[in-house]
Design a protein around this ligand. Structure first.
Ligand code: ADP
Ligand code: MG
Length: 740
């Protein structure tokens, strides 16, 4: 019998797991039995293989050829001059050793980063829910899934509330699939119809649930198709591509020069072997083969430097793009603010009430019933305020057992729970006040919501929001029989308002100022009320004179062209949904901006991908958002982006310096040898010396330049235009001048 044919309790029994999850000893034994939860072991390139890989380079092959030729001539002429081939070999080997060591360092830096951004999930072990690297999950583990989580391995659902999964990576189905833990299915149900199962590689589009793991690693459905997926090489960054092109150009030029020298030499009756050696070493000298390697290493080590600033780069090209950012779009909650909310106000809609009062206690009780726990800071604040009045979630949930839920989402901006209350049901709603009020009616309301009361309410909401408070409304409804889910949040009876304070992060003000002096515009994007957003933006200096605030409703009324114009002067977007973020990114990009954008939820993923630099939150961010991002902020803070931009600019400047140095010395070598040759002077640099200089001594100082600390004034300059060539600002001219 397959897992999807059984009931959830049967599955648990068969796997030998209790509702408290595995204990440490069981988990250890099972990990040994089933192996680590990962797809196919990637073969790691060992040092030896890396060393020999150095010899596949075209230039190195030419050199080896040259060594062989000079060895043969020495042998044939019988003069016994074996110095040349031996020295060439020595140089080539030294070069290979340097290359191996450096590549090793770069690979280590990247591997360390991959570890930092490895996926994590929440697992019940020893009766407690703990975060665990996905790789350590094993069969029998009970995993908790909520919106934005990635499923670590295949599992049978034990419970689910409004759970919808994005199974596109597995089945190609682009619409979220609804799940139901209570179903039992027939054995031949195809993957896409197994509603009581979740699969590795898919993610939670909305709702939440728990599942017991039934298969890990290569045994998962994803593992079965993994064998079919080709492994892709990491793409080269734009900078690397541009440099490769430059290198090729130089190479072709050098070949031409070599041919000329060779011909001239032959006419002058210089011995052919000597000519050959000069030509080859000149070719090697001219081609800056150190270049791509230096750039890769500087980028990889730069990534490590950025990590020290609490930003983990997930894609190498982001390092380059960072330095070019012209706009940073940031979430408000948690990124500009501390995400430590406290309830500072309760209101019955007309005036402030104290928490001890009957009204206050009703508001808090509704708030607690309609909350899921401490993991959402908004709800944590409500739970704390209620606990201070002796209202504990455990007791309330026993008094009014929960029977249904519509989870909170940034799109709807409210959530609903259903509770048993005596013989009837109590529906509780909490959410953004204007949306909850829309769903309140005079019917069944203790206070009739006439036009006057509504106006008073609006007044009170504006009053609280204007102080920078996040305002939530709670409402409820008593019914004898429960209507269909789509009709739950209707005919509500207004209960009261909660005002939550979320203080700004102290370091953000400085970061905002730094941003502006660096020619970067900070922009706030939030689902909160316009007045709340404006109050915080003004405190932080994000909105300056003449800058606009736009709401989601206003965005909806604009077409793309109008939005492009409006986005140029807008500093705050309020009451927006994640879908708006995408439009904002695109509008800014159409206006020629290079956009960094933060995000944490599942629905932020498209905007994170569309942005030039998608930044996911390391702490509050979902796995889906992290996967879509170029960079992960480990402390969720706005200032971290600014610090990363600073490093990005420094790295770009260093690469410019290294390129500058390498190319000038290459061109210098060619000109020296060529001039000497044309003037019929003895060559100032022997072929062998040329090789040594070029392969061994050049790349080290270039690397040193590439790793210099960031100069202090990088943040006092304008951003580097993205398509500006590496040689802009007369760098070519300076290279040639320096070379001579
Ligand atoms: P932000 O972009 O600032 O994180 P959200 O999308 O999280 O904003 O929230 C938008 C609005 O939804 C809030 O202003 C609040 O009114 C409401 N809200 C936020 N969290 C909850 C919640 N847990 N339950 C009900 N409503 C909420
Ligand atoms: Mg939020």
């Amino acid at each position: 019998m397959q897992w999807h044919q059984m009931t959830a309790p049967d599955v648990l029994q068969r796997l030998g797991v209790s509702a408290t999850g595995l204990d440490d000893r069981q988990a250890e034994a099972r990990r040994r039995q089933y192996g680590a939860n990962k797809l196919r072991e990637e073969a790691k390139r060992g040092t030896i293989r890396r060393f020999f890989a150095q010899f596949s380079d075209f230039m190195v092959l030419i050199l080896l050829g040259a060594a062989a030729v000079s060895f043969l001539t020495a042998l044939l002429t019988g003069e016994g001059d074996f110095a040349d081939p031996v020295i060439i070999l020595l140089i080539v080997v030294t070069d290979a050793i340097i290359g191996t060591v450096q590549e090793g360092r770069a690979e280590q830096a990247i591997a360390a980063l991959q570890k930092l951004s490895a996926p994590v999930c929440r697992v019940r072990r020893n009766g407690q829910t703990i975060p665990l690297p996905a790789e350590e999950v094993t069969v029998g583990d009970i995993v908790e899934l909520s919106e934005g989580d990635c499923v670590p391995a295949d599992g049978r659902l034990l419970g689910a509330a409004g759970l919808q999964m994005d199974e596109a990576p597995l089945t190609g189905e682009s619409f979220p699939v609804e799940k139901d833990s209570r179903r039992r299915l027939s054995g031949d149900a195809p993957l896409s119809e197994r509603q009581n199962m979740v699969f590795a590689g898919t993610s939670v589009a909305s709702g939440h649930g728990t599942a017991v793991i039934t298969a890990v690693g290569m045994e998962t459905e994803m593992g079965r198709i993994a064998a079919l997926l080709a492994q892709e090489a990491p793409p080269q960054t734009p900078l690397q591509l541009r440099l490769a092109k430059t290198g090729k150009m130089l190479g072709i030029a050098a070949m031409g020069i070599c041919a000329v020298i060779f011909l001239l030499g032959c006419l002058q009756q210089v011995p052919v072997t000597e000519m050959f050696l000069i030509a080859v070493s000149l070719a090697v000298a001219a081609i800056p083969e150190g270049l791509p390697a230096v750039v890769t290493i500087v980028l990889a080590l730069g990534v490590r430097r950025i990590a020290a600033q609490k930003a983990i780069v997930r894609r190498l090209p982001a390092v380059e793009t960072l330095g070019c950012a012209t706009v940073i779009c940031s979430d408000k909650t948690g990124t500009l603010t501390q995400n430590k909310m406290t309830v500072t106000r309760l209101s019955d809609g007309r005036q402030t009430v104290v928490p001890e009062s009957a009204e206050g206690r009703t508001i808090l009780t509704c708030g607690v019933l309609c909350s899921n726990g401490e993991s959402d800071p908004t709800e944590a604040a409500i739970l704390h305020a209620a606990a201070a009045q002796g209202l504990y979630p455990q007791e309330l949930k026993e008094m009014y057992p929960r029977e249904g839920e519509i989870p909170f989402s940034g799109e709807k901006k409210y959530m609903v729970t259903v509770h048993r209350d005596g013989n009837g049901r109590c529906i509780v709603v909490k959410g953004a006040p204007e949306i909850v009020l829309e769903r309140c009616s005079a019917r069944g309301n203790s206070v009739p919501l006439d036009a006057f009361t509504r106006q008073q309410l609006q007044q009170e909401i504006r009053h609280l929001s204007g102080q920078g408070l996040r305002v939530l409304a709670v409402a409820r409804r008593m019914v004898m029989t429960l209507p269909a889910e789509t009709h739950w949040a209707e005919d509500l009876c207004f209960v009261g308002l909660l005002g939550l304070m979320d203080p700004p992060r102290p370091e953000v003000r400085t970061a905002v100022r730094q941003c502006r002096s660096a020619g970067i515009r900070p922009v706030m994007i939030t689902g909160d009320h316009a007045l709340t957003a404006a109050a915080i933006a003004d405190t932080l200096g994000i909105r300056q004179d003449g800058e606009q605030l736009l709401t989601g409703a206003e965005l909806d009324r604009m077409d793309d062209a109008a939005l492009t114009r409006a986005a140029a002067g807008c500093a705050v977007y309020a009451r927006v949904t994640p879908a708006h973020k995408m439009r904002i990114v695109q509008a800014l990009q159409r206006g020629g901006q290079v956009v960094a954008m933060t995000g944490d939820g599942v629905n932020d993923a498209p905007a994170l991908r569309a942005a030039d630099i998608g930044c996911a939150m390391g702490q509050s961010g979902t796995e889906v958002a992290k996967n879509a991002a170029d960079m992960v902020l480990t402390d969720d803070c706005f200032s971290t982006i600014v610090a990363a931009v600073e490093q990005g600019r420094g790295i770009y400047a260093n690469i410019r310096k290294a390129v500058h140095f390498l190319l000038s010395s290459n061109i210098g070598e060619i000109t020296t040898v060529l001039t000497a040759f044309l003037l019929r002077l003895p060559s100032p640099l022997l072929a062998i010396q040329l090789l040594w200089v070029n392969l061994v001594t050049d790349s080290l100082p270039a690397l040193a330049l590439g790793m210099e600390p960031t100069e202090r004034d990088v943040m006092a300059q304008r951003p580097v235009p993205r398509d500006q060539s590496l040689f802009a600002g007369g760098l070519w001219y300076r290279i040639c001048w320096r070379a001579c």
